[in-house]
Each structure stands twice: as C-alpha cells, then as structure tokens.
Design a protein. Structure first.
Length: 458
C-alpha cells in the first residue's frame, strides 16, 4: 500500500454545495496532489481548488404522481440528471477514486452504473418512522394513520442506497439507531467536527454592547438566544415562544433574539395559513414585551457567532430528529445551553454538566430552568467551561478529518493526508475511530461557513 504520495480523484455529490462536506472538501482541496470535483445544483458558494459541476434540477409535474411516491419520483429524476452529468465527466476521461455524497435526494443512485467498482461513501441522515421518532411526538400535532404509507415510502431512497454496496456514513449514534438493525453494521459513524478557532469563547463579549436585528444588548441585559433554519415546531419554536411571557414577567432585563427564516424546513405550515412566527405572536404577543424580542431572520455567520458568545442562555429544542449544527457550535463557544430532553440532544448534553435538559414540550419547565440559570452564576460558569471542554474533547475538527481519512484510506488504499514533511509517509491508524458514549460527553460536530454564509441551522 502506498502512503502519502498518490494523487486521489474525489467526486462529491450534494444538491446544495457543499452541504455537510464543507470541511473535508476544503481540507482535501488544499492539497495540490488531489483533484476534487463536486456535482451540485447551481449556487454561489465557492471553495478554492474545487471544480463545481452543476446539474439542472428536474422540472416535475406531480399532479399524476401518488403522494406516497413523490419523494422517490423526485429522487430518481435527480439521479437521472446527475447520471447524465457524470457520463459527461466520464467521456472527458474523469475516473474517480472514490465518490462521496448525500443519499437523501437520490442523486447518487445511478453513479454505480457510470463508474462500476468505484468506492462510495453515502451520507445516511435519517430513517423515517411513523411511531418511534419525530412523527406523532408532539400531541399538539397528532399523526394521521392515513399518512403512514407516505412516511414509510419516504425510505424508498434509503433502501435503494443501502443496497448499492457502498459504505454508509452518519454523524451520531442516535441517527444510526433509526435505521433497521440489518442496515446499521454498514453505516459508519463519522463524528462531525467544529472549527474550534472560529467557534471559540470570548468572555469579553459579555462586557460589550451588541447590536443585532435592530436590538441593542447592553452588558446589563440578560440575553436569551434561539436559532433554527426556520422558525417552526420541529425545532420547538412554539415552545420557546410560550415560555417568553413567564420569562419577561420575571425579569425586566431579559432580551431575546430568535434567529431563523419564516419558511418550512420540516413538518407543515400552519393549517390556517401564514407563518409560525405570525401564529405564535398572535397567541402570546399580548403577554410579552415586543421591544425585548427581535426576529432578525437569517444572519451573517459573524453576527451569529457574536450573538452566541454574548448569550446568557441558549435554547435548543428539537423533536427526535437530526441534531442541528447550531447545537454543536453553541457548545464549542461555551454557551450555557438549555436543551430539550430528547434522544438527539442527550447524545450531546449531560444535564448539569455541559448543559441543562428540560422536558421538550413544557414551556413552564423551560422558563423556570432559564430563570434558575440566570440567577446561578456558579452554574453558568461551570456550564460554559464544561461545554467548551466537551467540544475540545469530542468535536475537534482534526479528529473529524482524521476519521474521514481513515475511512477513505480503508476504501481506496490511499491516505489522503498531507505529509508532515517532504517525502515523509503519514500513517493514520486504520482501526475504527473511537466512539464516545451518548449523553455523558460524546457526540458529533458542526460546520463552519462557506464564504458569506447566512446562518441556516438545521
């Protein structure tokens, strides 16, 4: 086996370049020995030395497609479009040494026909269920048994992907556990890493004036923060909003920043129309001080980091679903996190050690825990220090990249790491990466921005 000398040709695939692959793509592309191509839908994101290969998103008329088959129909159409793009690359002489991508949109399903035998790592994010995860979790939005066939059918792409013969990849123990037992041995855990330099604490931030979304936060204010890609129930937005009346009555120095768009990333829009923000403001707006809350939408990454560094209590709520990058980044920054007590959050937070846990769907419990945290300076100091220590131990970017390198080396026989000195071999361990246990201090990681990224936490 050759080490540290060969050029490796990488092909990445994700409809929203670079998706979950930002850090590994950027690291591989920084090594002039490697060739990195990325098939994606067109967007403005750029990474140095990466050749973007765009494909056109299929235009789909779903009128005649059964609702349970629409996701598969969309996926196989994307697979066709990517396959045509891949054939073009093949005709130009490109032969990847390894293909890495996200299976969720079906884009990779036909690439084994273009390059038979090419090793493949497919990101397997979540296996849909109608009874043991997100569906029916919130009694306010009960599941409909008539919808169960559609939910089961959402796994059609999962099943095709699992039978392609490649290697699966997922970022947390809990996400892997959602897959059937027969599938789990073929899914590797690659714990995503945080850029610990960018996502770093700054105690001085709490002594400065911060302006965000038109609101001024002074050192004497107590800042409560919330972040989600979109403000919606899947990420507990309705619970956070219902906790605000008690918080604002109890303390006049509390100010709240809720970052996120008004769209729908998961779940459904309000049945009566409008946005979830509008709906919740109609419900609790008369009981809160509107001058002490701001909804800045999606914000520049630098503003997001400044906000987390200043935060006195960061709320992270989610149904049993994919954990957000914002949780990882908040821990790395040393935020005192108050999280919902669900499986994906417990994999990151041990109550009273590196964060606090509350029943996910109980606004009074959330309000009380935040108020206790704001009163207890010793607890705040402990949580800040332990959150950062946890990130340094479990979410370090170097560990994430090394895990990826080991997996790539196992599949290709080539170590993609840059040699530490000219002609010096770099030999990474080939055994499986250590897998920390859930809850007590183990877990995956985060993502840093592509140039000019707005915060769109999952």
């Amino acid at each position: 086996m050759r080490y540290g000398v060969s050029r490796v040709k990488f092909l990445f695939v994700h409809q929203n370049y670079p998706g979950q692959f930002l850090h590994i793509v950027r690291q591989l592309a920084s090594d002039e020995r490697h060739e990195v191509l990325f098939i994606t839908e067109p967007n403005a994101n750029q990474i140095a030395n990466v050749r973007k290969i765009p494909y056109s998103r299929p235009v789909i008329d779903i009128a005649e497609t059964h609702i349970a088959a629409r996701e598969l129909d969309n996926g196989v159409r994307r697979a066709d479009a990517v396959c045509r793009t891949a054939h073009g690359l093949k005709h130009l002489g490109f032969q990847p040494d390894i293909i890495i991508g996200h299976h969720g949109w079906g884009e990779m399903l036909n690439l084994c026909d273009v390059w038979p035998g090419a090793p493949m790592i497919g990101y397997l994010e979540f296996y849909y269920q109608h009874d043991r995860a997100d569906v029916g979790f919130d009694p306010e939005f009960p599941s409909d048994p008539l919808d169960y066939p559609r939910i089961r059918a959402k796994n059609a792409i999962n099943h095709i992907a699992l039978n392609l013969g490649g290697t699966g990849q997922t970022p947390t123990n809990w996400q892997r556990s959602t897959y059937p037992e027969w599938a789990q041995p073929g899914i590797e855990l690659v714990w995503e890493g945080v850029d610990l330099e960018k996502c770093s604490p700054d105690p001085a931030a709490r002594k400065k004036i911060l302006k965000i979304g038109g609101m001024t936060i002074r050192p004497s204010d107590r800042l409560v923060t919330y972040v989600s890609r979109d403000l919606e129930p899947y990420r507990g937005f309705h619970i956070m909003m219902r906790a605000l009346p008690e918080l604002m009555r109890a303390r006049k120095d509390i100010k709240v920043v809720a970052v996120g768009g008004d769209g729908i990333s998961y779940g459904c829009a309000p049945s009566q129309g409008g946005t979830w923000k509008d709906m919740m403001l109609a419900e609790v707006g008369g009981a809160i001080d509107r001058d002490r809350i701001v909804f800045p939408g999606r914000i520049p990454y630098a503003d997001y980091l400044a906000m987390l560094r200043r935060s006195d209590a960061h709320i992270y709520l989610t149904y049993p679903f994919v954990a957000s990058w914002s949780l990882r980044e908040a821990l790395a920054i040393g935020c005192p996190v108050v999280g919902g007590d669900t499986d994906p959050v417990r994999e990151f937070i041990a109550h009273g050690k590196n964060g606090l846990l509350v029943p996910c769907l109980k606004p009074p419990a959330l309000a009380r825990q935040i108020l206790e945290l704001l009163e207890d300076k010793a607890l705040t100091r402990t949580l800040r220090a332990n959150a950062r220590a946890y990130a340094e131990k479990h979410l370090a970017m170097a560990d994430y990249l090394a895990s990826y390198h080991r997996l790539i080396e196992r599949l290709t026989g080539e170590n993609p790491s840059r040699p530490s000195e000219p002609d010096a071999p770099v030999r990474l361990r080939t055994r499986a990466a250590a897998r920390p246990k859930a809850a007590a201090g183990a877990g995956p990681g985060a993502s840093a921005p592509v140039r000019g990224r707005l915060v769109t936490a999952a």
